[in-house]
Design a binder for this molecule. Structure first.
Ligand code: SAM
Length: 262
């Protein structure tokens, strides 16, 4: 899906700083750099705005109303979870966070980086891997803005890192002495009905990256690389991935974590 999408980089307003950033990003990503006045001709654009980088996507049925995707680790929802979530929340328990124990984690399906950010806020070192160049660009920009915020501690900033690529391949290149304690997977699940999708953000993400039909291969590679456990997030009623039966599951309202102890 990604390859078929024409992507350009544009800028908003007359700010020369934003224009410069857009031009640099376009060059790095080998995309075309256009001005905001040309944006109407393009279905997907990466746009620098005053609040950071965002993806704008024109839905076929309503091209006048572009859908916008932006990552903000300082959003009120994430700030609330960072400050009140604690180590008893299901995600923390699933990855093996316990009093005095903070596993090192690879989040092999980083997406919008929310789970990674929360796990890093709880004290784990988290390496994010994302294969979509568009989402990777958003993550990079969001990490950069976060690193300049006085509200975020240096520990959180230092514990998050980001790699672009297919995680199945990236995992194969990791030296044995750098294997993580936990590998976390949250692949896109092929939903049939729109109502089953959990948020507008995820709808846009799906439009951009499609379904992750190779999740079984990723799980196999993850099981070879994790020192202690692999955790897979699944919709509540979906089957587990492939032939592997999880060691145990942590149930939530609409989803669950399948935990594979290694
Ligand atoms: C459902 S989203 C993850 C959401 C994420 N947990 C969060 O908190 O925002 C799934 C993401 O995983 C990425 N992905 C799936 N398979 C991947 C792979 N093999 N390597 C790297 N990224 C992958 C997709 O591109 C997509 O962005």
């Amino acid at each position: 899906m990604q390859e078929k999408t024409f992507v350009a980089v544009s800028h908003q307003g007359e700010s020369s700083i934003l224009m410069g950033k857009a031009a640099t990003l376009a060059q790095q990503m080998h995309y075309k750099h256009i001005s905001i006045s040309e944006q109407d001709n393009h279905l997907v654009t990466l746009v620098y705005t005053e609040k950071g980088l965002e993806i704008q996507l024109k839905p076929e049925h309503n091209p006048q109303k572009p859908l916008k995707l932006h990552i903000d680790f300082l959003s009120s929802a994430l700030t609330y979870r960072r400050q009140h979530g604690g180590i008893k929340q299901a995600l923390a328990r699933a990855v093996g966070i316990k009093p005095g124990i903070r596993p090192s984690i690879i989040d092999a399906t980083a997406g919008l980086g929310k789970d990674s950010f929360l796990l890093a806020s709880l004290g784990s070192r988290v390496t994010m891997i994302e294969r979509s160049p568009l989402l990777f660009a958003l993550l990079q920009d969001a990490l950069h803005r976060m690193a300049h915020s006085p509200d975020i501690t240096q520990e959180i900033i230092d514990s998050l890192s980001l790699i672009q690529g297919d995680a199945s391949k990236v995992l194969n290149t990791i030296p044995h002495d750098e294997y993580p304690n936990t590998i976390y997977l949250d692949p896109m699940y092929p939903h049939k009905r729109k109502s089953a999708l959990n948020s507008l953000e995820m709808r846009i993400t799906r439009e951009l990256v499609g379904d992750d039909m190779d999740a079984e291969i990723l799980l196999k590679n993850a099981l070879l690389c994790a020192l202690q456990r692999v955790v897979v997030k699944r919709p509540k009623t979906a089957a587990s991935i492939g032939d592997h039966s999880p060691t145990h599951c942590i149930q939530m309202k609409n989803s669950r974590y399948d935990v594979y102890l290694v």
